[in-house]
Design a binder for this molecule. Structure first.
Ligand code: PLP
Length: 446
C-alpha cells in the first residue's frame, strides 16, 4: 500500500529536500561495496580483514559443525538464556578484565539501552560533541533528557569547564546525591582521533571526589586493534577500575555481529531489568555467538595482534607518504589535506598510536570518491550531517589486508585527482560547486 495524502506528500517532501541539499542517503551498490567486491576496500570497518580470513572461516565452520545449537536463540535472554551466550559472557568478562559482561544484539542497542535507563532522575549526561548517534538516542529516551551537555571534541580544558559549571549549578552533584555520566569513544569513527582517556579520568575524579562522576567508554573502533591482544584502550592504559562501563562491538574488527557491555554486577542486573533494547528483543542467534567466540579465539591466539601491528604500520606509511607528497606537489590544503593530528610523522611508539581511520579533508568529497572508484578503489565521501558543515571528507579506512601497493595507488589517485582539479578549475580551489555535487556517485555513509 502506497501512503497517499498528507503522509505521502510529507515524506516525499522530506526526501526531495534532502535531494536538493545533496544529503539524501542511499544504499551503496552491493557490487562495489561487499567484501567480495573486486574494488580495493578503503571503506569497511573490517580493520583486521578478518571477514576474509580463511583461518577464521575454517574455525567458524568447524565450531559451528560441533555446536549443539546453531540456529535462532528462540527469544529474549530473559526467556531463553542459551548456555553458549552465558559462556561467551563469562569468557569476555575475563578477557576484558572486568567484573561482568552482558551481551547485546548490537553496539547500537547496547548504547541506547544503557543510556536510556542507567541515568536516574536528577542525573546529568555529558558527552564528547562527536559521540555516536546511539548515545544520543539513549539519552533522549532517558530521565536525563533535559540534562545533557556536550564538550568540544577531545578538549580537556572545555571538559573541565563544563564539569565545573555543572557542579556549581547543581547542588546534587556537589553533595553526591546525583551523578554525572561522561560518555566518550576511545577512537572516533569519523576523525580517527583517540580520546585522551587518562586525562579525562583524572579531570572527572578531580572534579567529583565523592566518586559520583562515571566514565563510560565506547570501544567500538578500538576492539581487536589496541591494547594487549586487542582488549581495547581502557585495558591498554590500565583504567579498568576507573571506568563504569565499556562497550565492545563485534561487527567491526571482529568480523562478527553483536556487542558486549563490561561493567559491575549491579549495573548488569539493572540493565537486565530496565534496558528495553535487551529485554524486548530476541537475543543473538547461536551462530552469531559461535562466530563471535571464534573471533575472540583469533584475538587470544595472537593472530589479531599480528594483524594490528601490520595495520598500524600501513597507517603510518600512508600518512608519512601522503603528507610530503601533497606539499611537494603544491596541493593547497584548501583542496586536500589531512587533519593536523595526521600531519606529524606517526609510528606505533607515538603518544597516540596510528589509526586505521584517516579522513582526507576536501570540499569536494564526492568527485574525489568517484575518481578513486573509477580507479578501482572504494573510499566513501562523508558530508554533513554525518560530519559538521565545512568538514567534508573522504573517509579512508585501512585494513590489515591492504598491501603497500594498494596504498601507493590510493595516494597516487588522490594526488592525480587534486592536480586534475587544479588544472580544470584553477579559480575554484577549495570551493565546492554544484557540478562537484553532481560529480559523485556515492552518498554519505550514515
Ligand atoms: C562508536 C560507535 N558506537 C557504536 C556503534 C554501533 O555498533 P553496532 O554496529 O554494533 O551497532 C558504532 C557503529 O557504527 C560506532 O561507530
Amino acid at each position: 500500500m502506497d501512503p497517499k495524502g498528507a503522509l505521502g506528500s510529507r515524506i516525499q517532501a522530506a526526501l526531495s529536500s534532502r535531494d536538493e541539499r545533496w544529503i539524501r542517503r542511499r544504499l551503496p551498490d552491493p557490487n562495489t561495496s561487499s567484501s567480495s567486491s573486486p574494488l580495493i576496500d578503503f571503506n569497511s570497518n573490517d580493520y583486521l580483514s578478518l571477514a576474509n580470513s580463511s583461518k577464521l572461516r575454517s574455525l567458524f565452520l568447524e565450531k559451528l559443525a560441533a555446536a549443539p545449537d546453531v540456529l535462532g536463540s528462540g527469544g529474549s535472554r530473559l526467556l531463553v538464556n542459551g548456555k553458549a551466550h552465558a559462556a561467551l559472557e563469562a569468557r569476555l568478562a575475563g578477557f576484558f578484565k572486568g567484573d561482568t559482561a552482558l551481551l547485546f544484539n548490537s553496539g547500537f542497542d547496547a548504547n541506547q539501552g544503557f543510556f536510556a535507563c542507567v541515568p536516574q532522575p536528577g542525573d546529568v549526561v555529558v558527552y564528547d560533541e562527536y559521540i555516536h548517534a546511539s548515545v544520543h538516542d539513549g539519552v533522549r529516551a532517558s530521565r536525563a533528557r533535559d540534562a545533557q551537555f556536550s564538550f568540544s571534541h577531545n578538549s580537556i580544558p572545555d571538559l573541565r569547564c563544563v564539569l565545573h559549571r555543572l557542579k556549581d549549578e547543581r547542588p546534587g552533584l556537589r553533595t553526591g546525591e546525583t551523578s554525572l555520566f561522561l560518555s566518550v569513544e576511545s577512537l572516533y569513527s569519523m576523525d580517527g582521533t583517540f580520546s585522551p582517556l587518562r586525562e579525562i579520568v583524572d579531570v572527572l575524579e578531580e572534579t567529583f571526589p565523592l566518586k559520583n562522576g562515571y566514565l563510560v567508554v565506547d570501544e567500538a573502533h578500538s576492539t581487536g586493534i589496541y591494547g594487549p591482544q586487542g582488549r581495547g584502550r581502557v585495558v591498554e592504559l590500565g583504567l579498568e577500575d576507573r571506568v563504569l562501563a565499556r562497550l565492545h562491538t563485534f561487527g567491526k574488527a571482529l568480523a562478527a555481529t553483536g556487542a558486549v557491555i563490561i561493567t559491575n554486577t549491579l549495573i548488569r542486573d539493572y540493565l537486565l531489568n530496565y534496558a528495553r533494547s535487551l529485554i524486548y528483543t530476541t537475543s543473538l542467534s547461536y551462530a552469531n555467538i559461535v562466530a563471535a567466540d571464534c573471533s575472540f579465539d583469533m584475538l587470544m591466539d595472537g593472530t589479531a595482534q599480528h594483524l594490528s601491528n601490520r595495520l598500524q604500520g600501513l597507517s603510518s606509511y600512508f600518512c608519512n607518504t601522503l603528507n610530503p607528497l601533497l606539499k611537494a606537489n603544491n596541493i593547497p590544503p584548501t583542496l586536500v589535506s589531512l587533519p593536523v593530528h595526521f600531519q606529524q610523522p606517526s609510528s606505533s611508539t607515538s603518544a597516540s598510536p596510528p589509526s586505521p581511520i584517516i579522513p582526507v579533508l576536501t570540499p569536494h568529497p564526492r568527485p574525489l570518491s568517484a575518481y578513486l572508484l573509477a580507479l578501482g578503489m572504494n573510499a566513501r565521501p562523508i558530508t554533513w550531517p554525518t560530519v559538521p558543515k565545512g568538514k567534508d571528507r573522504v573517509r579512508v579506512c585501512l585494513h590489515a589486508g591492504n598491501t603497500q601497493e594498494d596504498l601507493d595507488k590510493l595516494i597516487q589517485g588522490i594526488i592525480s585527482w587534486a592536480e586534475e582539479t587544479m588544472r580544470e578549475r584553477p579559480a575554484q580551489k577549495g570551493v565546492a560547486s554544484s557540478r562537484d555535487r553532481h560529480g559523485g556517485l556515492l552518498e554519505s555513509k550514515l
